[in-house]
Design a protein around this ligand. Structure first.
Ligand SMILES: [Zn+2]
Length: 606
């Protein structure tokens, strides 16, 4: 594999290498160590190497001087889980099926990068910084070690870059004598922005920048350690962001809804296990290109990817400035039923396909403020065709649909993400997200405020409903606050309106059931819980609650079935064993009751 790469390099350089590219020779080992660092939520324009003068990234800038820098690297989706699914499979979201952070899980049929690397003799380790990439998302497939263990603590959502790096460094030390692939995920720049000292004080007015500066320092410490182990030179090291952050541009506070460059153009740096060949590549590349690139570096096979290896570009091949890099956002389509957004970006142009489509000339309008669609209709329809060609083919979204559980919803909510879905209607899909971004902004603010200031959160959700009456997600969140503060009737009314508006989340039914149960309406409670498990068959908590209601209705067989479902789904939890034990005792099955209760004690001696 490597031998042929050297030959192609020499051939291509004979025709195309510039004299300032340095010696066009390689002396890499056949299977170099490969380190992939994905930095969550890192805007390209915060790096000095991408033109920032803020001085936030001295370590990454030093690294960039030894790497190939991609000026037009495009993420396929500005959300953590689907973006990483693309990075680790080389597939566009339609093909791996993961469209948002919750309610999807990478389909077991989707080939991931780690498996062929392992087959090629690589040790494979992943070190995760944030909850959206929990192993149960399906990304852990093919990794010898998938370190998301900090998430075992209840309500844990993220850990700092230094902690991730420490775990990764220890694993690398233990595997340094074999070819290894280490994927390191740093979550710090993601909201909430809470940089540690001394970065908090140094960036009091801009804590996002403080997180970026802290992350850069942690990357610097890690790379120093890699150098001390004599691994820096022989390793291929890739640094990329999964998406950027809007920070208020176009009315978007964070990321996920829009496809402007603030979130879809990402920093991408690749240091080869050789002398640097090409310092700068200014043709469009996709984050989907990374998996085939890494597979090629390792001499592994990864078939049927949407991305393509960038090694020929690094080796000096001329690229295509008109390659249409793909991006999409289904966040508000899934959540609120609004129109999805799809885009293609070339080196100069971007077309965003929406109810009111947009065309931007990024050469003289980097802020994407002047829609050129009317004046450049022919160009736009060409890009539209390119977009349709990229968007065709069989989708995998249905296979990837998975349960959004109450547990995942809570942790994602503390990271600013909403969970659930709205059944789209003709009216809702006619909504262009840019026309309703104020609605989403109120909801997003409300999500952030819910834990620390529920009264203000309530006002935000109420304001969203003024702007868009019948917004199912806002109704649900308002219902949650009323529910938690004991205003059950209000909560029930809001939840019912949310369901009527097409909003679907198991929590809504579980809370409706709890209200009905409190009022002694066990048939209503049962009906609501059956709706919950029908919607989210993997919700162990809902099954357990259904078992309790069936027991109160004296249907012991139905209760037994429900508790058994809960056990099958979450075998580590003690409650369903305990409940099953109580049921067996009531049914007169003493031995079975003893066995179940012992199992409950084994899981929770308290
Ligand atoms: Zn992310």
């Amino acid at each position: 594999m490597r031998a042929s790469a050297v030959i192609s390099l020499l051939l291509l350089c004979g025709a195309a290498c510039h004299s300032d590219r340095g010696p066009a020779t390689r002396q890499a080992s056949a299977r170099p160590p490969i380190i992939l660092i994905t930095i969550d939520t890192l805007r390209a324009d915060r790096l000095g190497s991408y033109g920032s003068r803020r001085g936030l990234t001295p370590s990454l800038d030093a690294f960039a001087r030894e790497a190939t820098r991609f000026t037009v690297a495009v993420t396929q989706v500005p959300l953590t889980l689907p973006s990483h699914a693309t990075i680790l499979t080389g597939l566009h979201p339609a093909h791996h099926g993961v469209r948002t952070n919750d309610g999807f899980r990478l389909s077991p049929a989707a080939p991931t990068l780690a498996a062929p690397l392992k087959a090629a003799g690589y040790a494979t380790g992943a070190f995760i910084g944030g909850y959206p990439l929990r192993g149960s998302s399906g990304l852990s497939r093919g990794f010898d070690r998938y370190d998301d263990e900090f998430l075992a603590a209840p309500a844990a959502t993220e850990r700092p870059a230094d902690a991730v790096m420490q775990s990764a460094s220890a694993w690398i030390d233990a595997n340094a004598t074999t070819p290894f692939f280490a994927w390191i995920h740093l979550f710090d720049p993601h909201s909430p922005y809470t940089p540690p000292a001394p970065f908090a004080a140094a960036h009091r007015d801009n804590p996002y920048d403080g997180e970026v500066a802290y992350t850069d320092a942690a990357v610097g410490r890690f790379l120093d350690r890699i150098r001390q182990r004599d691994l820096f030179t022989p390793a291929a090291i890739i640094v990329v962001a999964d998406h950027g952050e809007s920070l208020g541009e176009h009315g978007e506070r964070t990321h996920g809804t829009f496809l402007y460059d603030a979130t879809i153009r990402v920093p991408m740096l690749i240091k080869m296990a050789t002398v640097r060949v090409t310092p700068l590549i200014d043709v469009p590349v996709e984050t989907a290109d990374l998996a085939p690139t890494i597979a090629a570096l390792a001499g592994a096979r990864l078939d049927h990817t949407d991305g393509r290896s960038v090694l020929p570009l690094i080796d000096g091949a001329a690229g295509d400035a008109d390659r249409p890099a793909y991006a999409e956002s289904f966040y508000q389509n899934v959540l609120l039923g609004w129109s999805p957004l799809r885009a293609v970006r070339t080196a100069r142009w971007k077309l965003i396909d929406a109810p009111r489509s947009e065309l931007y000339d990024l050469e003289d309008d980097a802020g994407e403020l002047q829609n050129r669609l009317a004046e450049r209709a022919t160009l736009a329809s060409g890009l539209q065709r390119a977009l349709r060609a990229l968007d065709s083919g069989r989708g995998a979204t249905d296979e990837a649909r998975a349960a959004a559980t109450s547990e995942s919803a809570e942790r994602l909510q503390s990271l600013g993400y909403a969970s659930g879905s709205t059944v789209p209607t003709a009216a809702s899909t006619a909504i262009d997200p840019k026309d309703h971004i104020a609605v989403w902004a109120e909801i997003e603010d409300g999500i952030d405020l819910t834990a620390r200031d529920p009264a203000s959160a309530e006002q935000k959700f109420a304001r969203a409903l003024q702007l868009e009456p019948g917004n199912g997600l806002a109704l649900k969140y308002l219902g949650d606050i009323r529910y938690r503060t004991g205003r059950s009737r209000d909560a029930r009314d809001l939840y019912r309106r949310a369901i009527d508006a097409g909003f679907r989340h198991a929590d809504v039914y579980v809370n409706l059931a709890a209200i009905a149960e409190r009022e002694g309406h066990f048939d209503d409670a049962r009906e609501a819980l059956i709706s919950a498990v029908r919607l989210t068959a993997s919700d162990a908590d809902a099954w357990n609650r259904l078992g309790l209601v069936e027991a109160r209705r004296n249907d012991l067989d139905a209760a037994r079935r429900a508790f058994s479902q809960a056990i099958a789904l979450a075998a580590d939890r003690s409650e369903p064993y305990y409940n099953l034990g109580v049921i067996e005792r009531r049914a007169g099955n003493v031995a079975a009751a003893q066995a179940r209760l012992r199992e409950a004690i084994g899981r929770n001696p308290q």
